[in-house]
Design a protein around this ligand. Structure first.
Ligand code: SAM
Length: 226
């Protein structure tokens, strides 16, 4: 994006701008593409299916997200949507749904989750939209993990025995949270043995899977975030 550059307005956005808000040529809208900050763009063409706006001035610089990823086991649809939405609001730089042994969903609509991340960024005035990966087995993700990024593994069995996020070393980190049924004994054994994994407790109470993801990001932000 840059001064004078055209931006296509399509899909739900075009419907909202032209049919709901009834904006006409000459009106200004805020646009962002996830890498060039936010721009004020003047609508130049409107149509039933879409339109075009021309970038005029940059209204906000590109934000750099905090360097934390969220890796989580998807749960029921609405609660998975909630996790992705909140992770995007909190500035997770990447969202990785992982299939664990007790994960019930075998398929996930990545495009739908990506749209939720975009909507969350829009609602909060963010200019960064975290990429949402396709669902992958946790075992495969761990097999090919880049050890330079460490994993903060939240597990309720560690309550009282393990470190909290307050004691974790500087990152970069990826947070890992489990499904409704938690991690299996085999997964716990493997995670405990990996040198790049730090087990953490999120406090003395067992949290629901969606709460745990948000709580872990909040604690990360409070203790390690920038
Ligand atoms: N059965 C509930 C549900 O339906 O959501 C609780 C699920 S809990 C087992 C799901 C995940 O949240 C766990 O795998 C773990 O990653 C995280 N979690 C919950 N409470 C936690 C705690 N106190 N400390 C660390 N992790 C926790």
């Amino acid at each position: 994006m840059g001064p004078g550059q055209p931006v296509a307005l399509s899909g739900d956005h075009a419907h909202y701008l032209f049919n709901v808000m009834r904006l006409q040529a000459g009106a200004f809208v805020s646009v962002f593409n996830g890498s060039d900050g936010e721009w004020q763009a003047e609508i130049a063409e409107t149509g039933k299916r879409g339109g075009v706006a021309i970038c005029r001035d940059q209204s906000a610089p590109q934000q750099n997200p905090p360097d934390v990823w969220l890796m989580f086991a998807p749960i029921k649809k609405a609660r998975t949507d909630f996790i992705v939405e909140k992770a995007a609001e909190m500035g997770a730089a990447r969202i990785l749904p992982v299939q664990t042994q007790f994960t019930n969903s075998e398929r996930l609509r990545q495009d739908r989750l990506q749209a939720h991340a975009l909507e969350a960024a829009e609602q909060c005035g963010g200019t960064f939209v975290p990429p949402v990966d396709d669902l992958q087995p946790l075992s495969r993700v761990l097999d090919s993990w880049d050890h330079a990024r460490r994993i903060l593994w939240a597990d309720e069995s560690l309550v009282g025995a393990a470190s909290t996020l307050a004691a974790a070393a500087p990152g970069p980190w990826a947070i890992l949270t489990g499904p409704e049924g938690g991690f299996s004994p085999a997964e716990r054994e493997r995670l405990r043995a990996l040198p790049f994994v730090t087990p953490v407790s999120l406090g003395p109470r067992i949290l629901r899977a969606d709460t745990a993801a948000v709580a872990a990001l909040t604690l990360w932000q409070a203790h390690l975030g920038d």
